[in-house]
Design a protein around this ligand. Structure first.
Ligand code: FNR
Length: 335
């Protein structure tokens, strides 16, 4: 709950790099809004729209249960996917499981992602997946968040090996994600090589877990507050190295234009966390559903203007890159 409180006040800056990306206007798109198709694929999974609600709220308790229930009902109503927050506490303590089980109870047919950190064992991963009958498992990488947390981990050895075992034995596709610091192309390659199905940028520029954790401690590690790979850069780096892998865009996504840009940079789906949580907490469940529907409508408008009928078409749309995003990619040898 402390995370939620601080996330709502410290996140939502526009440092995600998307303002450096411009679509090339098409005067003859030869497209109509009613023909636009938002269906997409994340690995083997088919999603009815590229937008999903990304992982939030770990731990059990009444408040987590109510937030998870509201998020899951909104996801069911708008037919978008939903990732739950870290289930580690519920894996360890049966009393915390109802806060997660509720997401499947209220959303029987929806796409749900389970969530654990890279410290998880295969058995824990299976339990988390079964708890919500998940369609896929997210494993989050959050080294900087742990370092800034006074009670956080200090040893990050062996994570890739543990993820590899989970990929081999968990029985559902595995998505590896960051939590707002971005994934670079070399890390993405390591993950892809061990069979990770999809990689979620979890880029810098939205919710900032260094700032969130720093606001909970006395000796601030403020040098991590500006640390990370902007989302637009992370997606592009990964796509350049792994043109055939499933890339997910997330980190500071606030509107349909950010979603469209993520897809045209190479993402197959796009996760939104802090922005949607803020609407739920400050305005309520009805406005959250309205906002998701508006975002999907806006995405159809943008795709119409670009002449992109499908998500696959949108991936081919020409873009112009400028500013620090262009500079970064040039420095990294990506055209
Ligand atoms: C998160 N996030 C997160 N991620 C994860 O994999 N497991 C988790 O338990 C949590 N918990 C969590 C709590 C809260 C309150 C927030 C706001 C976020 C990270 C989230 O999934 C996402 O990667 C980042 O928030 C960046 O995306 P946004 O918020 O900028 O859209």
């Amino acid at each position: 709950m402390e995370h939620i409180k601080h996330a709502l006040s410290t996140g939502q800056h526009r440092l995600n790099g998307f303002d450096d990306i411009t679509f090339v206007h098409q005067s003859l798109p030869n497209q109509s809004v009613e023909n636009i198709e938002l269906t997409t694929k994340v690995g083997e999974l088919t999603l009815s729209s590229p937008l999903f609600i990304n992982a939030m709220t770990g731990g059990g308790g009444e408040q987590t249960l109510r937030i998870n229930e509201a998020l899951s009902r909104a996801a069911a109503e708008t037919k978008i996917g939903l990732a739950v927050g870290s289930q580690m506490s519920a894996v360890k303590d049966k009393n915390e499981r109802p806060s997660y089980e509720i997401v499947r109870k209220v959303n029987k047919d929806g796409i749900l992602f389970a969530n654990l950190g890279s410290e998880a064992t295969v058995e824990q991963a299976k339990l988390a997946v079964n708890m919500i009958e998940a369609n896929a498992l997210q494993i989050h990488l959050n080294v900087v968040q742990e370092l800034v947390m006074p009670e956080g981990d200090r040893d990050f050895t062996g994570a890739l090996k543990r993820i590899e075992s989970i990929v081999q034995h968990v029985g559902v596709p595995v998505i590896v994600k960051e939590v707002g610091f971005g994934i670079n192309m070399d890390t993405a390659k390591l993950l892809h090589d061990i069979g990770v199905s999809s990689i979620d940028a979890g880029g810098f520029g939205g919710t900032n877990f260094s700032k969130i954790e720093n606001s909970r401690r006395h000796r601030m590690l403020s040098y991590f507050d500006h640390w990370g790979i902007p989302t637009a850069v992370s997606i592009t780096e990964m796509k350049a190295t792994l043109p055939h892998a499933t890339i997910i865009g997330s980190g500071g996504i606030q509107n349909a234009l950010d979603i469209a840009k993520s897809i045209s940079l190479g993402a197959s789906a796009v996760g939104m966390a802090g922005y949607l949580l803020k609407i739920l907490v400050e305005k309520g469940a009805g406005p959250l559903v309205d906002e998701i529907n508006l975002i999907l409508d806006d995405l159809k408008m943008i795709m119409t203007a670009l002449g992109a009928k499908t998500i696959t078409d949108l991936k081919q749309t020409p873009l112009v890159l400028s500013g620090s995003t262009h500079h970064w990619l040039t420095e990294r040898g990506i055209d």
